[in-house]
Design a protein around this ligand. Structure first.
Ligand code: GLU
Length: 446
């Protein structure tokens, strides 16, 4: 028998009561990718029935964040629940006419002037629904009582609006956070009362902090925008978020969007909470930075560069950027590196202390002897590139002991306990500056 396959419709219905949360961003990606894999569509709506907490600036932040991640959807189909009062009213009136909901006279706390709400007439049955992640879930709805679905015909509440919207827009798959699992039985009761079909439910494990508590601000940033502002790459963020609660079952950790479209499997979502691990995120981001061309790297980091670096001449800037690229996990790290003075050797002669120039037990004489020889070798090099410098010095350094030769040379050039290797430094500083710095170090050693 042939079966008519329904177009898969997923949805992302954030409440604009805060900036785009990393959890919502992950939910968005799973909805987006699952829909795309099935040649379906992800719809977007704003659940702004909470008038006091919903703000346009949050709507804008949510949309900008999704755009930054590359999640697109048909904006012409986007709507706000606040614009659909008439539609919800129609459904409420029908439920009341069918005696499946009723006005209930009562005093509502904190809203002394209100004396009526609309309650759903609960038939108090057991409901079983299938969740993609958790399997069959049984729920005795008796404990829910006749729950409130609207404050009035004009003021519907969350459970009613969700069910109406999902029904009216033909949603086939509800993919959302685990925290909504306890809302599902109420929503199924309303669906049944309206004669709406039940979508397939997939409740995603919550994103937890490393201590397995609920992820919150005290663990660091929870808004996507903060990651953008810190200079994480959107591709890296997508990659990282996709691995929160799902893994391919192989060792692969870096995925392009087209690989995710091939590999992602909604049926393989894990049950347990997913840990938001900043160390892993930094690792993923660094992998993406490593893959960037120098031109792209420069274009992306330029807004993060402190003035002191930005104004360097183009050739030197490109060389400095190659050192920075090795050292950072995310673009904003450059500020710390510069502020800590770690790149100061690019901007002027470092201050040198005699004892720092000496490798372990060597003594000043040996350090001086090696630096004299290094100068002799360097003076003969015409093409003063890092590779050439290394090639010319390597045999001498290997014979004499690399630490013994290369430590004083590196320290003479950088004045720092930690810096790139001396060949890289010399290549960046150029022949004249390199020789001057080493000569100055020899003077100090005498
Ligand atoms: N507006 C809800 C939220 O932001 C989503 C509701 C749902 O996915 O059903 O948490």
């Amino acid at each position: 028998m042939s079966q008519i396959l329904k177009k898969i419709i997923t949805r992302l219905p954030p409440s604009p009561t805060g900036n785009l949360h990393v959890g919502t961003a992950r939910t968005a990606l799973f909805n987006y990718i699952f829909a795309k894999q099935n040649k379906g569509e992800m719809l977007f709506r704003l659940e702004d029935t909470d008038k006091a907490r919903s703000k346009v600036e949050f709507e804008e932040d949510i949309l900008a964040g999704l755009g930054w991640l590359g999640i697109d959807f048909d904006q012409s189909k986007m709507f706000r629940q606040s614009e659909r009062g008439d539609i919800y009213k129609k459904y409420l009136e029908k439920l009341i006419a069918d005696e499946l909901a009723y006005f209930s006279k009562e005093k509502v706390e904190k809203e002394g002037d209100r004396d009526e709400v609309i309650r759903f007439k609960n038939s108090n049955k057991k409901i079983t629904f299938r969740d993609t992640v958790r399997g069959d879930i049984e729920f005795d709805t008796t404990e829910l009582g006749d729950f409130v679905i609207a404050k009035s015909l004009e003021e519907p509440l969350y459970h009613l609006t969700v069910v109406v919207d999902d029904f009216e827009t033909g949603v086939t798959n509800v993919i959302r956070g685990d925290d909504h699992i306890s809302n599902t039985p109420r929503q199924i009761l309303i669906q049944e009362a309206m004669g709406a079909p039940q979508p397939i439910y997939t409740h995603l494990p919550l994103i937890l902090a490393p201590d397995r508590s609920k992820l919150s601000k005290r663990h660091g940033a929870v808004s996507l925008i903060e990651y953008k502002n810190q200079g994480y790459l959107p591709e890296a963020m997508v990659n990282y978020l996709m691995l929160l609660g799902w893994n391919p079952g192989t060792d692969q950790e870096i995925f392009s969007m087209s690989e995710f479209l091939k590999e992602f499997d909604l049926n393989k979502i894990q049950k347990g909470g997913a840990i938001f691990d900043i160390v892993k995120l930094n690792w993923v981001n660094k992998e993406y930075i490593k893959k960037m061309s120098d031109v792209d790297f420069k274009k992306n980091i330029v807004d993060f560069l402190p003035e002191k670096i930005k104004n360097k001449d183009e050739n030197l800037l490109i060389k400095i950027l190659s050192v920075i690229k090795e050292r950072i996990d995310k673009f904003s790290d450059v500020t710390n590196i510069v502020e800590a003075g770690e790149l100061d050797y690019f901007f002027g002669m470092p201050d040198l202390k005699k004892e720092d120039l000496i490798w372990k037990e060597d003594g000043a004489d040996i350090a001086k002897q090696h630096l004299d020889k290094v100068i002799e070798i360097l003076e003969k090099i015409e093409n003063f590139s890092s590779e050439n410098i290394k090639e010319n010095l390597w045999d001498y350094a290997t014979k004499q002991g690399r630490g013994s030769v290369l430590w004083p040379m590196r320290f003479a050039l950088s004045g720092q306990q930690k810096s790139p290797d001396p060949f890289t430094l010399a290549g960046i500083l150029g022949k004249k500056e390199t020789l001057e710095r080493i000569k100055k170090a020899i003077d100090i050693l005498c």
